[in-house]
Design a protein around this ligand. Structure first.
Ligand code: KIV
Ligand code: ZN
Length: 513
């Protein structure tokens, strides 16, 4: 089988789903993960949907060098012009335009006749072609479209210069064999189909997105659209890690080296995306869930001890999960620490290394065993702290007093530059009291909590508390991250960071920048 391209839409279809929105910095972090994974195409966003989306598509286009960068566009002149503006600085830019082709969508959503859809396809693919040669055309709701009509639309798109034809299962309705047949039929019936690459884009409403994508590949598709952790509209999209590992595990069906993905980057990419959206993988999530490689039952353990292959069809190492324990500790030097970070895939500047090393040493004083997960959390946290907006508030000290028979109280002291501010508050528990004390100092604009999660980075009582907060205000999200063996401290630090970002944004709005 020839090579299958991986088109990642975590930053578009994934990011547009509720609870998954990301800010610019987070999107760039995800784009870097995708580049390390070696995906072929990054759909960086839907440029016309908001100024923020435009900015992130164009920043990613000029940052990422080793992937095609696509922006989504409806089949309208304004969308296409804007998409081009956003991707034009990419090393390999692509415009991805779409129009619905199913009777339901044409009648009720577009209010267009089939002939109008054909005409619009012709005009808009030509318009996009005027900008760039790399054009993807998607027939939205293809799996519920009339096949004869779908072939006519695809025929026109290819004649006008589309180089990739995507047939999405927009509502997650199809089955693997139906998808195989659809791709094979359209490729067979459209005379110029050899001039384009066919692509599948499946949603997971019935839990079949990965299987349907593989069905499409069996029918002749050579591009799979997917997302990290299967994020996406409603029940999500095809999960990148699952579809890639399925092909890699079955070379007898899909061939050797089917994709160019560096699978050892999968675990890190998955954790990065989960941590940005403030979630963790469900325990039994294939490939990246905590239980995915555990063998608990006696029969399984016995088999695995005798020969791993009895119950293990892929290894944790293949997806970048390190099973060997860390040998670093209190007495490890900076050199050994740097080597270890490098073996984990991190490349830090001298300044970053100094900061993380100091935090590592401090942690060794509090915690007996420092795991790779702890180190990964230290690196992530240290970079977010370093990027913290200059001029924001910082925690000076805090005190909480709580019992199960009195109202909790908290006193917080914050510093901003050389100034110090103190406030005290009662609350519905110590964290509520501390957050109210902080509010009394910072006086933020009204906001809600989208995410407030406290996770542990490893097992044991002395684990690090890894706190993620996402605040919503004025339709935007402001995230904060705190990490400490003390969960009150981690929560307070995360909240202050999110408020600093909110405050910086409000200031920018007010200054009219
Ligand atoms: O699900 C879908 O049909 C899409 C298209 C815009 C490609 O996301
Ligand atoms: Zn979609």
């Amino acid at each position: 089988m020839s090579r299958i391209k991986i088109f990642d839409t975590t930053l578009r279809d994934g990011e547009q789903s509720p609870g998954c929105s990301m800010n610019l910095k987070e999107k760039i972090e995800v784009a870097k993960c995708l580049e390390r994974l070696k995906v072929d195409v990054i759909e960086a966003g839907f440029a016309i949907s908001s100024p923020g989306d435009f900015e992130s598509v164009s920043t990613i286009a000029s940052t990422v060098k080793d992937c095609t960068i696509a922006s989504l566009a409806r089949a309208t002149a304004k969308d296409i012009d804007c998409a081009w503006d956003a991707v034009k600085h990419a090393a390999d830019p692509r415009i991805h335009l779409f129009i619905a082709t199913s009777p339901l969508h044409m009648e009720y959503k577009l209010r267009m006749s089939p002939d109008q859809v054909l005409q619009r396809t012709e005009e808009m693919v030509k318009r996009a072609k005027g900008y760039v040669s790399n054009i993807e055309f998607s027939a939205e709701d293809a799996t519920r479209s009339d096949v004869d009509f779908l072939c006519r639309v695809v025929d026109i798109a290819i004649r006008c210069g589309a180089t990739v034809i995507n047939l999405p299962d927009t509502v997650g309705y199809t089955t693997p064999d139906e998808m195989r047949q659809l791709i094979a039929t359209v490729m067979e019936r459209v005379p110029g189909s050899d001039k384009a690459e066919f692509s599948v884009h499946c949603h997971n409403d019935l839990g079949m997105a990965v299987a349907n994508s593989l069905g499409g590949v069996m029918g002749g598709a050579r591009q799979i659209e997917c997302t990290i952790n299967g994020l996406g509209e409603r029940a999500g999209n095809t999960s990148l890690e699952e579809v890639v590992m399925a092909m890699r595990t079955r070379p007898d069906i899909f061939g050797e080296e089917t994709t160019r993905i560096d699978t050892t980057q999968i675990a890190r990419a998955s954790r990065t995306v989960y941590s940005i959206i403030g979630q963790t993988a469900p325990l039994n999530k294939p490939i990246v869930g905590r239980n995915a490689f555990l063998h608990e039952s006696g029969i399984h353990q016995h088999g695995v001890l005798a020969n791993k292959k009895t119950y293990e069809i892929l290894t944790p190492e293949a997806v970048g999960i390190r099973t060997a324990n860390l040998v670093l500790g209190k007495h490890s030097g900076r050199h050994a620490f740097a080597d270890h970070l490098q073996s984990m895939g991190y490349e830090l500047t001298d300044e970053e290394l100094t900061r993380v090393f100091e935090e590592f040493k401090a942690l060794c004083d509090k915690k007996k065993d420092v795991s790779d997960r702890d180190i990964e959390a230290l690196v992530t946290h240290s970079t977010t702290v370093a990027e913290q907006e200059v001029g924001g508030y910082h925690l000076d000290w805090f005190a909480v007093q709580t019992t199960n028979f009195t109202t909790a109280t908290s006193t917080v002291s914050l510093k901003k530059g050389e100034e110090r501010f103190e406030a005290v508050s009662l609350g519905d528990g110590p964290i509520d009291a501390a957050f109210q004390a902080i509010d009394n100092i910072v006086k933020p604009i009204p906001h809600t909590f989208d995410v407030f999660r406290i996770d542990s980075t490893s097992e044991g009582k002395d684990t690090l508390g890894d706190v993620r907060i996402k605040l919503q205000a004025e339709g935007r999200t402001f995230s904060g991250h705190g990490l400490s063996t003390d969960i009150f401290e981690a929560s307070i630090v995360a909240y202050i960071q999110a408020l600093n970002r909110l405050g910086a944004w409000v200031e920018k709005q007010n200054s009219g920048e």
